[in-house]
Design a protein around this ligand. Structure first.
Ligand code: PAF
Length: 279
């Protein structure tokens, strides 16, 4: 596995590929099986797989966990060596955000809903870093995880609106035993948190099950989920909603089979998100 640190390293790497497709998996490190499954998915599209690790400062709010975010580069490299990753890009902040750079890519509306409400500016940081990474890598395929469903929708819109020459692919959410969606932030959870965290997925499943059994009134579906969450006082719900799968607008009346159930909640100080297809 090659280690690329600078724009020049990246350019030299691309030169050796002579225009062959590159599948790109951007990450913030603290890698887990979910990331590795995205790398396996990439193999279906090309043999040239590029992973990046960059803890992007612009997607963290002032009171968020940027400095505490797990940085496990040695373990990440060891893990990546067990995968078909061709190259790992480890940029410095200066490479992504050259001094004095002020240009921004903003996706209106979608970025202000749901997680965007609780984390103002978060998705602007995401679109900016992903856009800059795509420009640098010129990747033909971008692979993101389904767990960050809103992020996926926003990047999809950015790629569409700017006609970026990149095909966006989505890898399924990997889950721990009990159903907790794999996430780098799961390592913040203590023993008790881990016992209750699967309630988030159980809530989504409950709503899905009720829909499959014929209930389609959004209010009733969401109430069945909230009833389950109410039994665990340690969970502080941010939102639980059923949305249109593209616009992410809340389904106010009757839910449809392709709709998405989205949830975000805090367990202790750890904020977790998850989502599920209604059908
Ligand atoms: O999903 C993530 O890990 C990050 O938001 C991403 C896409 C790597 C951008 O920093």
């Amino acid at each position: 596995m090659l280690i690329l640190k600078t724009k020049e390293d990246l350019r030299a790497f691309k030169d050796t590929l002579a225009g062959a497709p590159i599948a790109f998996i951007p990450t913030m490190g603290a890698l887990h099986q979910g990331h590795l499954s995205l790398i396996q998915l990439a193999k279906n599209y090309t043999q040239h797989i590029l992973v990046s690790i960059f803890v992007n400062p612009t997607q963290f709010g002032p009171n968020e966990d940027f400095s505490a975010y797990p940085r496990t580069i040695t373990a990440d490299c060891e893990l990546l060596k067990t995968t078909p990753t061709t190259a790992l890009f480890l940029p410095e902040t200066q490479t992504i955000y050259p001094s004095g750079s002020t240009t921004q890519v903003i996706v209106p509306k979608l970025t202000t809903l749901w997680c965007g409400k609780s984390r103002p500016g978060h998705f602007d940081g995401v679109t900016n870093v992903v856009h800059r990474l795509l420009n640098l890598t010129q990747a033909t395929h971008l692979i993101l995880g389904e767990k960050d469903y809103q992020q996926y929708c926003i990047i999809n819109k950015m790629i569409h609106d700017l006609s970026l020459p990149t095909t966006l692919l989505q890898g399924p959410t990997l889950r721990e035993k009990g159903g907790l969606a794999m996430s780098s932030r799961n390592r913040y959870l203590n023993k008790n948190d881990r016992l209750i965290a699967p309630t988030l997925f159980q809530t989504l499943k409950k709503i899905q099950e009720n829909f499959k059994n014929g209930e389609n009134t959004t209010k009733n579906l969401l109430q069945s989920g909230r009833d389950l969450l109410a039994k665990i006082p340690e969970i502080t719900l941010d939102y639980l909603t059923i949305v249109d799968p593209i616009t992410l607008e809340e389904r106010s009346d009757r839910a449809l089979p392709n709709d998405r159930i989205l949830i975000a909640a805090k367990i202790g100080s750890t904020r977790l998100i998850d989502n599920l297809n209604l059908m």
